[in-house]
Design a protein around this ligand. Structure first.
Ligand code: NIG
Ligand code: FE
Length: 411
């Protein structure tokens, strides 16, 4: 057992609704707080002095500066296992070409596929870990990582292996998602449907046992897979008990309804979701994950986060960090920028990158500082939590704890 503190403020994020709007006044703030951790879990949260008096013999981890502590951030959507970069695509977009035009002319995802296929699992692991270290410095204690940049049975297995090795070597929690259905690779002979069947036959059977992967994703879009094809694939994945998520409504609406039909954990992107999609999502348990990093990277509209919240959806925000559409890889910056355009309260933004993002990954044990939750929390050198969003990602965590253990201190 250990008592960590005193913290100027503890922003617990507890007793907040999983769906819909949240006002800043609903946030619980404990001034001069302390956190007791044991065996990786939070045992008690409260006033530091009182906790110390109640536990006179407890080991102390003293905080000697002004610090605001809040739950570790959860990034529920990343593609950080990849080779090469796509600065060339970025330059083409600045010159007026669209993402879909670049994809159709052989750039886009395919260009990352060729660069990723040339890497060994060890090299891909190192690249992934390098990215994860950057996430840790931003306060992320749980990160999802997708495959989907090799698009052959052998290459996807290499990616899954690389992500698995990275998971072993980093202190933060990594959740692996299989995104073999990112697009049909150009060297596959057969239809989109044939390719999806091939994945179902060749990769689904080994995902859990060999790669500890229980999550399946598909990109449903003009340049990737149709709604009908997505329907087939989601149905197969659902039958086999995988957790589901979909790249939905990024350029054209519709696929989020598929997420609702198959009770996916989340529908991600949603830039083009309209009334019907928002309504369907709001009546379901599907987390609406918005990805402002892709809007910033592509120079396109943000997902309608305000409307989604007002319609009572569970909105989370993720970075979508990838070499194509979202190269920045800074969740806090992106979430803070989205907030200004979409008029999200600080409470809504912070919920979207803590306990609501955890729900998108099917975790109910994190994203909140409270008894029985995992000891994942981060502190910032400030006396007012609002500065974290106000500084739009420039204020970075000073300390990061994972499972109650200090894993990072800013230099
Ligand atoms: O989430 N939209 C599909 N997939 C990624 C982008 C992949 C890429 O361009 O490399 C995304 O934006
Ligand atoms: Fe993505």
């Amino acid at each position: 057992m250990k008592l960590i503190g005193p913290f100027t403020q503890i922003l617990t994020m507890r007793n907040l609704p999983m769906k819909g709007t949240i006002k800043d006044e609903q946030l619980e703030l404990i001034e001069n707080g302390g956190i007791i951790v044991e065996n990786g879990f939070i045992r008690q949260v409260g006033n530091y002095k009182q906790l110390r008096e109640q536990n006179p013999a407890i080991e102390l981890e003293e905080i000697n500066t002004e610090q605001v502590v809040l739950p570790g951030f959860v990034d529920s959507h990343t593609h950080i296992c990849y080779g090469g970069n796509r600065a060339k695509d970025f330059a083409m977009r600045l010159n007026g070409k669209t993402y879909l035009e670049i994809a159709e002319s052989g750039g886009g995802i395919w260009s990352t596929v060729t660069q990723t296929r040339s890497k060994s699992p060890d090299e891909l692991k190192d690249i992934t870990l390098h990215h994860i270290d950057k996430l840790i410095a931003q306060g992320i204690t749980t990160a999802e990582v997708k495959s989907g940049y090799a698009l052959s049975v052998e290459g996807e297995k290499n990616m899954l292996q690389a992500i698995g090795m990275a998971k072993q070597e980093t202190p933060i929690e990594v959740v692996t998602t299989f995104l073999g259905a990112h697009m049909k690779p150009k060297d596959f002979e057969g239809s989109n449907r044939d390719y999806l069947e091939h994945l179902v036959q060749e990769i689904f059977p080994v995902l859990r046992k060999e790669y500890q992967c229980n999550r399946v994703d598909i990109f449903v879009e003009q340049s990737a897979f149709s709604i009908e094809e997505g329907d087939y694939y989601m149905n197969e994945a659902k039958k086999q008990g995988f957790e589901l998520t979909i790249h939905a409504d990024q350029f054209t609406a519709g696929a989020s309804q598929l997420a609702v039909k198959y009770q996916a954990l989340s529908a991600d992107h949603l830039e083009f979701s309209g009334k019907d999609e928002i309504m369907a999502l709001s009546q379901s348990d599907v987390v609406a994950t918005v990805l402002p990093g892709a809007s910033i990277g592509l120079g396109m509209q943000y997902a309608p986060a305000r409307k989604l919240l007002d319609a009572n959806c569970c909105v989370s925000i993720a970075s979508d960090w990838n070499p194509g559409s979202a190269p920045m890889g800074n969740l806090l910056t992106q979430a803070s920028i989205l907030a200004t355009f979409e008029k999200l309260s600080m409470a809504e933004v912070l919920s979207a990158i803590t306990f609501r993002a955890a729900k998108a990954l099917n975790f109910s044990d994190r994203g909140i500082i409270s008894e029985q939750k995992i000891g994942d929390f981060i502190s910032f050198s400030t006396s007012d939590f609002r500065n974290i969003i106000y500084e739009q990602g420039q204020l970075q965590p000073t300390n990061v704890w994972k499972d109650g253990r200090l894993i990072y201190t800013k230099k």
